[in-house]
Design a protein around this ligand. Sequence first.
Ligand code: F6P
Length: 412
Amino acid sequence: MKRNVIVGQSGGPTAAINSSLAGVYRTAKDRGANKVYGMLHGIQGLLQERYLDLSEYITTELDAELLKRTPAAFLGSCRYKLPEIHEDKAVYEKIFSILDKLDIEAFIYIGGNDSMDTIKKLSDYAIVTGHPTRFIGCPKTIDNDLALTDHTPGYGSAAKYIGTSVKEIIRDSFCLEYSKGLVSIVEIMGRNAGWLTGAAALAKGEDCEGPDLIYLPEISFDLHVFSDKVKELLSKKPSVVVAVSEGIRTADGTYVCELGSSIDFVDAFGHKQLSGTASYLASFIAGEIGCKTRAIELSSLQRSASHAASRVDILEAYQVGGAAVKAADEGDSGKMVVLQRLSDDPYQCGTEVKDVHKIANDEKLVPREWVNEEGTGVTDEFVAYVRPLIQGDVSPVMVDGIPRHLFRPYNL
Ligand code: F6P
């Protein structure tokens, strides 16, 4: 590499996204890049000419190690949908003039399915105009819903946090005895894909029964069947723990969270804000059964818990960052790095690049055969798929008893 690299982070953050950023930075420098710029708040910030020079923040090996252990997007993120090229050519002219000004050879975007739409459109524009900058996507999402990759960096750490937290919630739920029992409902992110919610099954082991019920968004949800199931379970045990996806819907397509909430925020990609499923179901069950209920929304905790990150995940996130730079340096554009599982035992995974047009805006859902027949749990195959991704730990750098992060002022 002779010229400069620019990297951005986009979409929902994860505990591993900054490890990919560290991988991009290190590999670009090792391959001879002059400067490595970071877009502040992704493409949205770039359009306002907001960026920084990463070498001002990563000055030592310790900074790089801290970055890998820092949750959330170090550069800031965005949910910004580029217009179609024919709708607003001026936006593209502006972006490409900024890239020219910064002498950019490779543009790396770390993100999920919506963010890959940005790589797709920019690489298409570069082809049409004969522009030499190369555009490569680097996968990231806790939702694990990107097509053509075995899994996505960020998923393993979130899955590990979810399996651990659900186990701790189960333990807690058996302490006190309530006259009509206790129903704890844990709400898990993932939008329309149940990969994260299914990870609640990881709580099960020799010392724990695991959650009693797991509801994925791939299967339509019936409130009355649910309440009957909970009643039946409460007749046998004092505490019932249920994992529900934020995206579960009734047969007519209504999100369960919409039944109770008045939130109607919709992002640039048309995604409704999904939140409030557990609290709606907890009130519903309290009304139907009269038992004690608890609604637990894991919310941003599940994607920012870098103190409980998976070592496999952090290493793979770093690896895909490096692979994205390598692909651009070797002449690829309009591609995304994918992870390819080579074996389960011992677990081995490699990287490849695939056409981003086959990935952008698509959602990979949990296959029906990985959900039990009743639609209340996941199969052993599901657990065998996710288990290798949560292995190992990354010790935080502790200062005064609290993990240390790499710091950047938010108001740049
Ligand atoms: O796409 C990742 C994700 O964490 C989803 O699981 C969730 O629905 C969404 O982002 C939440 O987005 P926001 O942080 O913008 O509310």
